[in-house]
Structures are given as C-alpha cells and as structure tokens.
Write a protein that binds this ligand. Structure first.
Ligand SMILES: C[S@@+](CC[C@H](N)C(=O)[O-])C[C@H]1O[C@@H](n2cnc3c(N)ncnc32)[C@H](O)[C@@H]1O
Length: 219
C-alpha cells in the first residue's frame, strides 16, 4: 500500500477529514446569511467525505458541487448522500482546487473547511473569487495565530511547514485587499480539533497493523 492509499484509508471512514464540527458549519451558514435563501448553488472545495456538503443539501436544499482531488473520498460522499436521500442535490467533482472547471459568476457561496492550505490561502482566495456571483459568500477555515507570544519550537515548525499562517487581522486585511468584505470571523472551538479531528485519527492509527513478515509471519 502506498502512502496516499494509506492516508486515504485512514481518513475515509471518518465523518470529517479535518478540524470542524456540524454545529460550527451551521453557525457559519447563519452568519453568512445563507439561511432562508432558496435556489443556492454552493461549491464545497476540498470537501473530503462531505460533512459540510451534506449539511448544505439537507438544511438549505442547496445544489452542491462537492470538489475533492481524491475520488475515494467522493465515493464515500456519494454513498452518504444516497443514504440521506440527497443524491439529486450533490454533484461530486474530482478536480484540483487550483484548476477548477467552474464558470465565472456561477456560485452563491464557496465553502472550504480545512482545505485551502493545500494551494495556499492567498492563492485560493484570489483564484476562487471570479466563481462567485456578485454578493456571493466565501467561507473558509484556515490556520491562524491567535497570539504573538508563541513557543519558539511551534513557530519554527510552522515557519517551515506553512509559513503563510498569519494573524486573524492580517488574514482579514488580505481578504479586504482582494475585494472581499468581512462578515464574520470566529476561532474554532477546541472540540473541533480534539474530538472531531484528532481522536478519530488516533483511533484509526491504533487500528493499523504492521504487515506480517513474509518469512516468519510475525507482526
Ligand atoms: C483536511 S481535509 C478536509 C476535508 C473536509 N473539508 C472536512 O472538513 O472534513 C482536506 C481535503 O482537501 C483535499 N485536497 C487536498 N489537495 C487538494 C487539491 N489540490 N484539490 C482538491 N482537493 C484537495 C483532500 O483530499 C482532503 O479531502
């Protein structure tokens, strides 16, 4: 099994593949002013197995384009949508977020939970803006520094892995510079990381076994 297959396997059975929570998705929907709108067309970019895509289809009766680079995740989402009777509302699209075959001015909302970092926050918000209709909404979750007083080891790690991490103020200022008007900003509560993201991963990792030795059969 290669690394990607292993990672896909580890994540595919979980409700989410990143930090977040159904309550937070619903709160963001309300803050974004999407409740009570009809005929919405929403793209969920980097949707994974579709935790939020299913909510848009169910709660808003929206038409959802669920985009992910990994067809295995989309297959899980299709099963999930079918079981919830939402298949007609959700169209899956296997595509890379930096090369989306979407029409200009075609979306009421672009949603991306825990995924935009794959192309970089700044690249993402610039590249996706043309797909929004006038007045359309962008909702993204992104790694953010909450304090300038940071342990050196953690700072060094993120400077190496994802130097784009910024403060909330800098991130909002960047959005304004690129034509967005801020509606709301909120830190995800810890439960979204610990319980909804890390715990299922930890359980999955425990379930992984080293393959048996081909000569002696021992693990
Ligand atoms: C941390 S997961 C978040 C998934 C989902 N939004 C959630 O909150 O459960 C990031 C997702 O981005 C997808 N992804 C990574 N690179 C991508 C790319 N270049 N284009 C589209 N999707 C990508 C991954 O397959 C994965 O499903």
């Amino acid at each position: 099994m290669d690394e990607l297959a292993l990672l896909t396997d580890l994540h595919a059975g979980n409700a989410r593949q990143g930090p977040g929570g159904d309550d937070e998705t619903r709160l963001a929907i309300r803050l974004a002013g999407l409740v009570a709108q009809t005929g919405l067309r929403i793209a969920d970019i980097g949707c994974g197995t579709g935790a939020s895509a299913v909510i848009f289809a169910h709660d808003l009766d929206a038409d959802v384009i669920a985009v992910d680079a990994l067809p295995d995740f989309l297959a899980v989402l299709e099963g999930r949508a079918a079981r919830a009777g939402l298949s007609k509302r959700i169209t899956t699209l296997a595509a890379s977020m930096d090369d989306l075959p979407l029409a200009a001015d075609s979306l009421d909302a672009i949603w991306s939970e825990g995924a935009i970092y794959n192309m970089g926050f700044e690249n993402g918000v610039r590249a996706w803006r043309p797909f929004l209709k006038p007045g359309g909404v962008l909702a993204v979750s992104e790694l953010t520094w909450f304090t300038a007083d940071r342990p050196a080891e953690i700072e060094a790690y993120w400077n190496r892995e994802y130097p784009e991490v910024g403060s909330a103020g800098a991130t909002i200022a960047f959005l304004e510079k690129h034509g967005y008007t801020p509606i709301s900003y909120r830190a995800l509560p810890e439960v979204c990381w610990r319980e909804n993201c890390f715990r299922p991963l930890e359980q999955g990792l425990r379930g992984l076994r080293r393959p048996a030795c081909s000569r002696c059969g021992s693990a």
